[in-house]
Design a protein around this ligand. Structure first.
Ligand code: FAD
Length: 395
């Protein structure tokens, strides 16, 4: 069945959902049709997925049904997988049929950037969506159960590729759960039971942060048994373990890849320009050469005049989504588009429950419980923004 939309939003993550809600608000009562497409029937709180992967949060705690958020909103939700885009015909082919648009807002989020490292896609999991995060948890527990039969240390060894935000946060949650795992799976007392390695290509943790914060994170996690291998890029991942850059083979049956994100394959195939793995956008968030297409969130590569390239974070996505929506509404109603005025409020990385490290407004360094509760406040702020944009919804 062919469906037609004045504005079609692809992806209901941080950027796409806020964009759809803002479009619903701006175009309410006007003869325009807004559509939102997502493969899942729920909005995922991706920033919590390391907790699902480690088993410290349940999958139901990190998802909110679109049916609740969009109830009574002038936004049509289409649950479908996006298979292909025909930018000339202004058509999106999905598992629910062809969707036609006048204006397209692309917000499909990122997929793992594997840099072509052999075996990463086949044998490592990335917690970029709920399904792989849940699979990581079950793979880990399955492997720990197999340790009891084999006594092979590879089954109680986890290797995380990348000591950026996601890798460090995952290591922190796993280290916190290590005593539970030891008891539940009869792991030996040696080396804390669960063996956790973080292999990082550079010589430090949390590269976007000031060096001292990366050192703090590495020290705190090392105290909890996490072993950092700096200057150790993944060369290959095999079913039995990871081959590192210096030729060392690390036997491990559970491997996580946290090496960054890029625009998904479906967008690369569509013929968008690609820069640094993502779709370059102008300051009004439109893709150069495609006047009726906006790209927002992790898929977009945006260079701010003052801040430089914006990182692929939820913080960036929640600023881009509403601005792109305002601009799309302006195009439809004869208004003028405005540039994104990005703000850098800073970032906080958790190191397990009750500990974190962060840098706010590029200046203020925070550690420990203060940083942890600041992170919780950031998460609550997002839910408050969602509630405000949705008008009535109380998470
Ligand atoms: C474990 C983890 C922790 C993080 N912690 C932080 C943090 O503390 N702070 C921070 O600012 N950022 C953090 N990030 C980064 C942040 O989560 C992302 O930058 C953010 O999710 C990007 O938002 P988005 O809207 O672009 O994409 P997403 O939130 O990924 O949403 C994309 C949506 O598109 C849908 N979709 C994708 N492909 C298709 C398809 N083919 N068909 C249909 N639907 C599709 C997905 O189902 C999803 O709903 C973290 C990321 C991870 C993985």
């Amino acid at each position: 069945m062919v469906q037609e939309f004045d504005v079609l939003v692809l992806g209901g993550g941080y950027a796409g959902l806020l964009a759809a809600l803002r479009l619903g608000k701006r175009l309410a009562g006007k003869p325009f049709r807004v559509g939102l497409v997502d493969r899942n029937p729920y909005h995922t709180l991706v920033t919590e997925l390391h907790r699902v992967a480690a088993g410290t949060a349940s999958p139901t705690a990190v998802r909110i049904p679109f049916a609740k958020i969009l109830k009574d909103k002038p936004v049509s939700f289409v649950r479908a997988e996006v298979h292909a885009l025909d930018l000339r015909e202004r058509r999106v082919d999905t598992s629910a049929g062809a969707l036609h648009y006048k204006i397209l807002l692309v917000a499909l989020g990122g997929e793992a950037e594997t840099y072509g490292i052999p075996g990463v896609a086949e044998h490592a999991l990335s917690a970029t969506a709920l399904a792989p995060a849940r699979l990581f948890r079950y793979r880990l527990e399955h492997n720990l159960a197999r340790y009891a039969y084999t006594q092979d240390d590879a089954f109680r060894t986890v290797v995380i590729g990348g000591a950026g935000f996601t890798g460090v946060e995952l290591a922190g949650e796993l280290a916190f759960r290590a005593p539970d795992f030891r008891e539940a799976f009869d792991l030996p007392d040696t080396e804390g039971g669960l063996r956790i390695f973080v292999a990082e290509a550079t010589d430090r943790a949390l590269p976007p942060f000031p060096e001292e914060l990366g050192r703090y994170a590495a020290r705190r996690l090392a105290e909890r048994g996490v072993r950092f291998l700096f200057g150790s890029p993944f060369r290959e991942v095999r079913e039995e373990g990871v081959l590192l850059g210096d030729g060392t083979f690390l036997p491990a049956r559970t491997v996580a890849w946290c090496g960054g994100v890029r625009a998904p394959e479906v967008l690369r195939r569509a013929g968008f320009p690609i820069q640094n793995g993502r779709i370059p956008v102008g300051n009004d968030l439109r893709v150069p050469g495609f006047e009726d297409v906006f790209a927002v969130g992790d898929v977009a590569f945006f260079v701010d005049e003052d801040l430089g390239p914006l990182p692929p974070t939820a913080q960036t996505a929640i600023q881009m989504g509403p601005q792109a929506a305002e601009n799309a509404a302006a195009l439809l109603t004869g208004g003028s588009v405005q540039p994104l005025r990005a703000k850098n409020r800073g970032a906080v990385a958790t190191l397990g429950p009750q500990d974190a490290v962060g840098c706010l407004y590029g200046r203020y360094r925070i550690y420990g419980r203060l940083a942890f509760w600041t992170k919780r406040a950031i998460e609550m702020r997002y839910l408050a923004i969602l509630r405000r944009e949705a008008g009535w919804y109380t998470p």
